[in-house]
Ligand binder design. Sequence first.
Ligand code: ANZ
Length: 920
Amino acid sequence: MEYNFSTIEKKWQDYWSKNSTYKIVEDTSRPKFYILDMFPYPSGAGLHVGHPLGYIASDIYARYKTHKGFNVLHPMGFDAYGLPAEQYAIQTGQHPEVTTYKNIDRYKEQLAKIGFGYDWDREIRTSEPGYYKWTQWAFLRMFGSYYDNIQNKALPIEQLVSHFEHKGTEGLDVACSDEIYFTAEEWKGKSEKEQQEILMNYRIAYLGETMVNWCAALGTVLANDEVSEGLSVRGGYPVEQRKMKQWCLRISAYADRLLSGLEGLNWTESLKETQRNWIGKSEGAEIKFHIADSDAVITVFTTRVDTLFGVSFMVLAPESEYVSVITSSEYREEVEAYLDATKKKTERERISDRRVTGVFTGGYAIHPITKQPIPIWISDYVLSGYGTGAIMAVPAHDSRDFAFAHHFGLPILPVVKPLDGELLPVEEWKDSLDSKEGVMINSDFLNGLSVRDAIAEMKNYIHDHDLGRVKTNFRLRDAIFSRQRYWGEPFPIYYKEGMPYPLPEEQLPLELPEVDKFLPTESGEPPLGRAKDWKTQDGYPLELSTMPGFAGSSAYYLRYMDPHNPEALVDKQKNEYWKNVDLYIGGTEHATGHLIYSRFWNKFLFDLGIICEDEPFKKLINQGMIQGRSNFVYRIKETNTFVSLGLKDQYDTTAIHVDVNIVHNDRLDLDAFKRWMPEFATAEFILEDGEYICGYAVEKMSKSLFNVVNPDDIVAQYGADTLRLYEMFLGPLEQSKPWDTKGIDGVHRFLRKFVGLYDNITDEKPSSEEYKILHTLIKKLGQGIESFSFNTCVSAFMICVNDLQAGRCSKIQILEPLAILLSPFAPHLAEELWQYLGHQNTITREPYPMLEEKYLVEAEINYPVSFNGKVRFQLSLPADMDKNEVEKVALSHPDTAKWLVEATPKKVIVVPGKIINIVH
Ligand code: ANZ
């Protein structure tokens, strides 16, 4: 058979699409398996060879599982909303939908060429109204729910209203923004607007005041990674911290469940650890500090209550509401200046910046036990969104507090010495206090305790003396859910007397309106402010923000189960069948974004009884990155002459990235180089042995580094099956590795050899050796696929084909199963071979060859037979023959009589599987 890969691949791609080979329907007679790739954002640059790495792996696994008899759901779609399309729209005036759809078409074309077995009938695009209807719907449900800490789940807000009507806030333990208390009578006495304001404190989707990165020039809030050193990454415009009303999702209510849920997941330990740190559970206490000459009380959060006696000052976050209360007029000016300065720093910069800055407020708190006055300072190392936004500073124990005290000359108070602590015993530091007047030190009970016990003791003390309470904090913040952008899901919200109200569900989807420009309005409103008639039928104005990128990707995996359902996000029965994702493959960059948001979103829908599983992704694999392998040419400074790598040190040169597509095995194609850019048209070269050798480096694959390799080019040159095998051959799936086409010829030759086995097929019975070769492959493939070491599978194939070729095996009973084994990896070729063997149907659902261990054990053993220790002849016997039987056969062998001559054997020594020695 000839291996004309381009004809073969085109033929089977057409066949699959014409016959809907990969169409999947729910089928209760077969076990299900759900494999998902993180769906791509279709960028203008198209796919490079790094993108399909994970997709090829999941496709191999999906095809393998299908052969194994599973009903495999393996869908694909597009994360179609996003910033780049909108930026492009601003620059060119092209509607983001137009460019996005164009990019999607290109992606689909590229994906089709690689031969993926997706069920395209299930394709979703997050920007389509039929899809985002369910994103909006979920948002409305979150708006209409609160979180009950006792039942540990989300409940309809009506239940909370009913509780308020009967008992006010008494007996409530619910997630909220601020702790507030009122009676049933007080609730009933409030106006509708007041009641709505109160409910906002509890809703899971709520409008909250939060600090955001505000970029006035761009007219939008920016995410942390869009800001660098106080400037917008795009455009370099100033960004400041601003308190703004934004839609938020109360993810923090789910912190404990997001943490404990990790235990049951088959994810890598490092990914789980990243999520654990992000969620950041911290057990400590809140302690109340009264303010001198005032009724105000500042509460601090500490994990080290045992250090309470070492507090020598307090620090407020610059945004703390107490700043204005406490600052005395004498210090006001200085404080204001400091607050202005900190607005320029993002939170991330505040955390990483180790420089000490701060101002004194002029105010004092009273130590709750010693009753000493404690100066209150402001500094940006205290973050407003964590704990209470205020700390008790213990410079003797905490390094940041120490740096602060040291910088500003504040006292560093020794603390009671715990057993494993590093400070002085209480007797010594008691005397070192300046003023013992009024000091009530009752801390001996901590002396000699371990830190753990001291913390426990102190927690009891605080509780018993009503100084505060035990408190667990989480670092996980509520997610800011609005963007002042155009290309996103509109919020199904309208405003009446300034209060937000939900649109009725029947009115969903609320479609994204047209606008004349994709920019903020003159008065600084988001782009939706330009839309005509952007109001409800009753004339109430609609929300102008849109949802962020992660909205559409949070529940997409559910929609694939039932993508066209106009009545529900997912039909109950279909959800019961597919349940959740058995295997999710994608990049690590989503560890704390998408993978937290979607777990939260899923848990919320689970609480409402809409879906049947509490976690979305059972097993998760992070594929490594394929890095680019860049090439360089060396231009002699101030000339247009380029010198080859080996000679470059003799000149003063500048290294310039050169397009890897005009370099082959590090040798530059000189003519192509001259054509590449006008400035190189007149280039001259200093060669080595008649060739120009380029330098190389492994870097990120990126357009700007000219090291992008397009899979289309590889497919045209070698075929998709070679590309698939080669990407897997590069190394273990989870490792990052550079793209290097050096080995690709070898992989391609392997496929040609594979095809060669199918010439002159016979139906002779295979030998045990041939069965052994086949079953060794089955075994190695099974192990390789199940452990996602697809590179070992490719090597196993190569060994197998070499062995079969060496024995000139052309037996159908070996070659037929061999085609099925190849099918997950090189599906086009496998189909062609299958047809060549006389089959009418697609190979896709052929049962996977079963491993039969019996072929792997040696059937016969070659015994050397010795006489008085000298080997005289060989005897081949079945491997399972027992010792007595071996002895009998050996003695009755005609050659034995020959070597014994006349002698009688005295003793026969048999070591089973090894030797026979006859002593005479
Ligand atoms: C006194 C103390 C003494 C503290 C000591 C630590 C060590 P985690 O583990 O991250 O929860 N803290 C509290 N709120 C803060 C805020 N908004 N911004 C910055 N720091 C804050 O850390 C909790 C500890 O971080 C708290 O315990 C508090 O300092 C500080 F030897 O209180 B500690």
